[in-house]
Design a protein around this ligand. Structure first.
Ligand SMILES: NC(=O)c1ccc[n+]([C@@H]2O[C@H](COP(=O)([O-])OP(=O)(O)OC[C@H]3O[C@@H](n4cnc5c(N)ncnc54)[C@H](OP(=O)(O)O)[C@@H]3O)[C@@H](O)[C@H]2O)c1
Length: 421
């Protein structure tokens, strides 16, 4: 989508003369195309940069030089790769992770194109609309079970993010063949197509449920992790690299415990399955950041795990309904008391960084060149939610959920933006 200067002027409420002035001063970031008649046509990215400048110059009273420095740092500072010439294929692009990933990529990293690959046309239609018809987004209807379609969709693609999955534990339990087809056969199809079409890097999304799985969803994701790690051994003379990122629940999402507690709150009773339960807490921002880090460091075969805080389920209940009674209703089939993000047998291959763990593969040819400085962990190391060294207090949980002052909490609904497993 492109905009005339008068559209930008009315959208941002800035005079056209100021837009022209900023365009001149920030010429490396704002690059409108010219029509045959010489008129400027601004892209979505130009619009975003101009909005950013407005916030910095008018809102934060920065000078032009300061604003320039900040924008430059935003674009290049945290950038793990040069995305401007990269075409990305994102399976499951219409899901919670996928949409958030697109938003961050388009706003901060300006990739050449992101191909959304998923089945449902309505979700794609809505996403196209929500993203203001951004011309860097391309929509491909396709199923990861369909290898032929994936081959076609990956032609000319540089990197793949594999987020498509069936991920509701009960749905996978009751439809096991379907879970295997999407999560296992789908993973194999992604690997095959990526190698055959010469994709350079593939990052697949995994879950804590893949560690010592107790339900079919976790078992299919463990299988998928193994396929992606071992996929590196299938590349032969090609250059494709495969890695995984693994994180816990994006809590506060549809079908998860936060909306449940919010619904139960007026009754004065909040139900938990077991009062001893602990969970990791990750935000979608952190999940996207982890994927970008994986692309930056990956040599192929690693599983990247973020170091994130834990919370006690009873603290979460207290944060949402301090006046409520907390009632135990018994642990559900397939539910764990605590979550782990690394397994017992992975400890000996795990490296620790300030903000993440890296589980290395056990390939004989693995040379660890990007990780030569990292500290190793003891053989029996497990990263579990009950033995974590970072915890969220009741007050911190309140702030994350309500993001406001205590007096406003009674009326305000939490901001929820993800679908929970
Ligand atoms: N949410 C969490 O708490 C969490 C935690 C850890 C890991 N993860 C992992 O993160 C990934 C993304 O999760 P999410 O929360 O974004 O999931 P989501 O919101 O349920 O989105 C799933 C996406 O996958 C697509 N999809 C499903 N089956 C497909 C198929 N057969 N072929 C192509 N596309 C398909 C869906 O679109 P269509 O239905 O239109 O095809 C949708 O775009 C998953 O791999 C999940 O295992 C999630």
């Amino acid at each position: 989508m492109s905009f005339k200067i008068k559209d930008i002027s009315s959208k941002l409420d800035i005079p056209a003369s100021t837009i022209r002035y900023w365009q001149e001063k920030f010429s490396e970031f704002i690059q409108p195309k010219r029509t045959n008649g010489g008129q400027r046509r601004y892209s979505n990215n130009d619009l975003r940069v101009l909005a950013n400048i407005k916030g910095l110059v008018y809102g934060q009273k920065k000078t032009i030089a300061e604003a320039k420095k900040i924008i430059k740092a935003e674009i290049s500072g945290s950038k793990s790769m040069d995305w401007s010439d990269k075409t990305i294929l994102l399976t499951g692009g219409t899901g919670s992770f996928g949409k958030h990933f697109c938003r961050i990529m388009l706003e901060k990293y300006n990739p050449k194109a992101i191909r959304i690959y998923s089945r449902d046309e309505l979700k794609q239609h809505n996403m196209r609309f929500d993203f203001n018809d951004d011309d860097r987004l391309r929509f491909f209807i396709g199923d990861v079970r369909d290898g032929e379609r994936l081959h076609r969709a990956m032609a000319g693609v540089d990197v793949v993010v594999h987020a498509a999955a069936l991920k509701q534990v009960p749905a996978c339990e009751y439809n096991p063949f379907e879970a295997v087809k999407t999560n296992v056969h789908g993973a194999q199809n992604v690997i095959d197509a990526a190698i055959d079409t010469g994709v350079k890097k593939v990052v697949a999304l995994s879950t804590d449920k893949a560690v010592n799985p107790v339900n079919l969803y976790g078992a299919t994701k463990l299988c998928s992790d193994k396929l992606f790690v071992q996929g590196n051994a299938y590349v032969g003379s090609k250059k494709t690299m495969f890695s995984c990122v693994r994180y816990g629940n994006v809590i506060g999402s549809r079908g998860s415990v936060v909306p449940l507690f919010m619904k139960q709150k007026p009754s004065g009773v909040l139900t938990v399955t077991d009062k001893r339960m602990t969970r990791f807490w990750i935000t979608l921002d952190q999940a996207v950041e982890l994927v970008l880090k994986a692309f930056k460091y990956m040599e192929g075969g690693e599983i990247f795990v973020p170091r994130i805080p834990s919370m006690k389920i009873t603290d979460l209940a207290r944060a949402i309904g301090p006046e409520c009674e907390i009632k135990s209703i018994g642990i559900r089939p397939g539910e764990k008391l605590h979550e782990s993000l690394t397994g017992e047998d992975e400890g000996r291959n795990t490296l620790i960084y300030k903000d993440m763990y890296v589980i290395m593969p056990s390939f004989p040819w693995w040379n660890r060149k990007n990780y030569s400085e990292a500290k190793e962990l003891p053989e029996n190391f497990i990263y579990a939610s009950d033995t974590n060294d970072q915890w969220l207090s009741v007050e911190e949980l309140r702030q994350i959920i309500f993001g406001d002052k205590p007096s406003e909490r009674q009326t305000k609904k939490p901001e929820l933006n993800a679908v929970n497993e």
